[in-house]
Design a protein around this ligand. Structure first.
Ligand code: SAH
Length: 208
């Protein structure tokens, strides 16, 4: 069992979840222990979701790795991150999109938004690339659209039409639907290609 952040990354690589060099680097540089409550720091490198309060969890590392490998964030991209929670995934994204990229993160619970802001404030080079919005991400975030890519960490029964609309042509959405992860490619304004991967577990996306 992993007892350091690097060991956690190694475990994800060995398991075949983490492959892309820029993502591997992000997992090594962004320390998961910085995103969990004080009393759970000792468990931060376990490949399990952990409670962060308000009935929410920091996602399981293998799920985050799997979804980011589908999303394949690139330098310079603008990415919408729905369900910011602890801010861990937003920080991983910010690391991967580089200093010309941006991450717009949406969280509906004020205390978690503030917690994520505090976690990210500790990362000097990442904090200016991330903006956390308090609100209902099921409607996306029109003000900053369009996005190169959209990723969600909470599951709905279907992919929000607003996300599809706020996505650039050629863009990608990776999001949970029920107990699946789906990847959607926007081929053109009306045409979307979807692929589904079964067997995950997510907290629900709650629409206000
Ligand atoms: N990537 C995060 C996952 C947090 S769990 C992490 O690793 O920490 C999912 C989060 O989605 C929770 O914080 C929950 O409050 C939030 N959420 C649920 N429905 C939402 C909605 N409609 N808009 C924004 N956030 C939402």
């Amino acid at each position: 069992m992993a007892t350091t952040n690097d060991e956690l990354a190694d475990e994800l690589i060995k398991g075949g979840y983490l492959k892309t060099p820029t993502l591997i680097e992000a997992f090594r540089e962004v320390d998961r222990a910085d995103f969990v409550p004080e009393r759970l720091k000792k468990d931060a490198y376990m490949n399990v979701p952990l409670p962060i309060g308000f009935d929410q969890t920091i996602s399981q590392p293998l799920t985050v790795a799997f979804m980011l490998e589908l999303l394949l964030p690139q330098p310079g991209e603008k990415i919408l991150d729905i369900g910011t929670g602890s801010g861990w995934q937003a920080a991983l994204l910010a690391h991967t999109v580089g200093d010309k990229g941006r991450v717009i993160a949406v969280e509906r619970i004020q205390e978690l938004k503030e917690m994520a802001d505090r976690h990210i404030a500790g990362y000097e080079d990442l904090k200016d690339r991330i903006e956390i919005i308090l609100g209902d991400g099921s409607k996306g975030y029109e003000e900053e659209a369009p996005y190169d890519k959209i990723i969600a960490a909470a599951a709905a029964d279907e992919i929000s039409p607003a996300w599809k609309e706020q996505l650039k042509t050629g863009g990608v959405i990776v999001a949970p639907v029920g107990a699946s992860v789906v990847i959607i490619n926007k081929v053109d304004a009306e045409k979307f290609e979807t692929k589904e991967y079964y067997g995950f577990s997510f907290v629900p996306l709650i629409s206000d």
